[in-house]
Design a protein around this ligand. Structure first.
Ligand SMILES: Nc1ncnc2c1ncn2[C@@H]1O[C@H](COP(=O)(O)OP(=O)(O)O)[C@@H](O)[C@H]1O
Ligand SMILES: [Mg+2]
Length: 363
């Protein structure tokens, strides 16, 4: 899968920007604060319809403007035009100029894998941050996943609301709560199964990927869930048993909204035992495993983005990945230090300089 062109209108610091990309390697360089990450953020948002840096879509709109548009041509077997349009009212996505009403029909089409500097902080963040990472990755592969997740969250909200209502106005019916519980568990189970499958699939690749970067250590991901080794009936029973506790606390105590993942290196939790370098490499191995998984599941290579390469990885790892990079995979690298990149690599790449809110290709 290749991104042939991108066209930005009022995106972050870019008023108008149109670029043609190289099928293999694109290197974007410039000083800090010039807008390198903004460009790869646009590529990411073209694929996921969201930023990786902010949950507030409006931040993507150029200061003082009312809307932004990201447009790109993706080539796989055929060429297709994709558009993400954001304004104060919300978001619209289009494929070949047709509005796509369900986001889930849009985001499985363009597969982008992004590595950003300091992504290893997920190991010391709340489970919610790690769930978000997993959610985004699964929704690239499984079309139904986002729909299940949205339904689950809606029912969870209703159920929590109803629990509080039951507690305050004791006369409300437990039967209705049971209906909500059953629906919640049904969607929860589907989500559990997809998460479980995803982690198993990633684990098939991640061991080798980690070894290829670090040469020793066994990396693994453990999926922690209340649903583990349980049937739908077991989970409903769990809810029944804890009915009084849930009632007094006014919230749903069990379910996939508490799921988490633990990365282990030689069977030790990396968030507690790992060095900063090992954490960075673990994240990188995770991304490489995803590339393998996507190529297997979708029969296409995703687009790889390495933002701020020399901050995301140390020098030696940079050397390794240059060898690892499949030359057939379209890759975007941003850096402040062009001269730290291998000469032979530069010869093969398209090089873009970012300066004064513009990007110019250098020949
Ligand atoms: N919505 C926006 N409108 C205009 N400029 C923006 C907007 N958001 C960020 N910027 C500008 O983008 C710049 C940061 O760009 P960034 O891509 O993070 O730089 P870097 O090259 O270091 O990766 C800052 O100068 C900031 O002022
Ligand atoms: Mg940056």
């Amino acid at each position: 899968m290749k991104l042939n062109t991108i066209k930005l209108t009022n995106f972050r610091n870019y008023e108008h920007l149109e670029l043609k990309f190289n099928n293999h390697l694109n290197i974007i360089y410039g000083n800090n604060g010039e807008g390198k990450t903004n460009l790869v953020e646009a590529i990411y948002a073209l694929s996921i319809t969201k930023s990786f840096r902010t949950n507030n879509d409006k931040m993507l709109i150029r200061n003082g403007e009312l809307s932004t548009k990201i447009e790109g041509e993706i080539e796989e077997k055929t060429k297709n035009n994709y558009q993400v349009i954001l304004n104060k009212e919300g978001k619209k996505v289009k494929i070949n100029n047709n509005i796509i009403s369900k986001v889930s029909d849009y985001i499985t089409n363009i597969n982008v894998i992004l590595l950003e500097p300091d992504e290893q902080i997920i190991f010391n963040s709340s489970p919610q941050v790690r769930r978000k990472l997993i959610n985004i990755e699964i929704s690239k592969i499984e079309k139904e996943y986002i729909i299940y997740l949205n339904n689950y969250n809606k029912i969870l909200k209703q159920r929590n609301f109803y629990l509080r209502d039951l507690y305050i106005n004791g006369n409300a019916s437990k039967e209705y709560l049971d209906i909500l519980t059953k629906k919640l568990v049904e969607y929860g189970f589907k989500i559990f199964e997809l998460r479980d499958k995803f982690i198993k699939n990633i684990n098939e690749f991640i061991v080798n990927e980690y070894q290829s970067i670090c040469h020793n250590g066994k990396l693994n991901i453990i999926y922690n869930s209340d649903y583990k080794n349980k049937s739908i009936d077991d989970i409903i029973k769990l809810y029944d048993k804890n009915y009084n506790r849930e009632l007094t606390l006014g919230k749903t105590l069990y379910g996939i909204h508490h799921d988490d993942v633990t990365f282990t290196l030689d069977d030790k939790d990396i968030s507690e035992w790992g060095s900063n370098g090992q954490k960075k490499n673990a994240i990188f191995a995770f991304k490489l495993a995803e590339i393998k998984l996507i190529s297997k599941e979708k029969n296409t290579l995703p687009i790889l983005i390495l933002d701020d390469l020399f901050s995301a990885l140390d020098n030696e790892k940079v050397k390794n990945i240059i060898n690892l990079l499949n030359t057939d995979m379209q890759t975007f690298i941003t850096t402040t230090e062009l001269d730290r990149l291998d000469k032979n690599l530069l010869l093969k790449a398209s090089i873009f300089k970012v300066e004064n809110n513009e990007i110019r290709e250098e020949y």
